[in-house]
Design a protein around this ligand. Structure first.
Ligand code: ADP
Ligand code: MG
Length: 141
């Protein structure tokens, strides 16, 4: 998918979009989720995680303090939230670099700008933006 723009009006729309997007994902894919607090990155992650596992959307929480949650289903999903990460060095020190080349799973990364220099070529980028009317604009690159 290239240069797609979507408008979602509710949380449910974003979940639906995430589930559809999941069909395009394959092992080894890395998806960088950009956007401010509350823009919908975790909502999108919930949709993807619940597509690939028996985990319910309501059970998914962003790993704000631990940086990484791992979900095992049809595929392994590595869900990162790097909001609190200080720098790329910290990411490496935590031993996370291995996951960016993980062939058996899919990486979803919230706050990917914390590790811009570490993201492999081929990383997919999705940008979430608040709209004044309340919905969200989603760009897929
Ligand atoms: P982030 O992970 O980017 O900080 P979240 O997904 O945790 O954002 O939070 C998004 C919040 O905005 C949720 O409370 C959700 O209910 C609400 N919301 C409202 N409209 C939308 C929309 N169109 N898409 C996603 N979330 C929405
Ligand atoms: Mg989040």
């Amino acid at each position: 998918m290239n240069g797609l723009i979507m408008f979602t009006h509710t949380e449910k729309d974003t979940l639906t979009f995430a589930k559809e997007f999941s069909f395009t994902l394959k092992p080894g894919d890395i998806v960088a989720l950009h956007g401010d607090l509350g823009a919908g990155k975790t909502t999108f992650s919930k949709g993807v995680i619940s597509s690939f596992s028996s985990v319910l959307e309501t059970e998914v929480q962003s790993p704000t303090f631990t940086y990484l949650n791992i979900y095992e289903g049809n595929l392994v999903i590595y869900h990162f939230d790097l909001y609190r990460l200080k720098n790329e060095q910290e990411f490496i020190a935590m031993g996370f670099l291995d996951y960016l080349g993980e062939v058996d799973g899919i990486c979803l990364i919230e706050w990917p700008n914390r590790i811009t220099g570490l993201l492999p070529k081929g990383t997919q980028h999705i940008h979430f933006e608040h709209l004044e009317q309340g919905g969200r604009e989603i760009h897929v690159h």
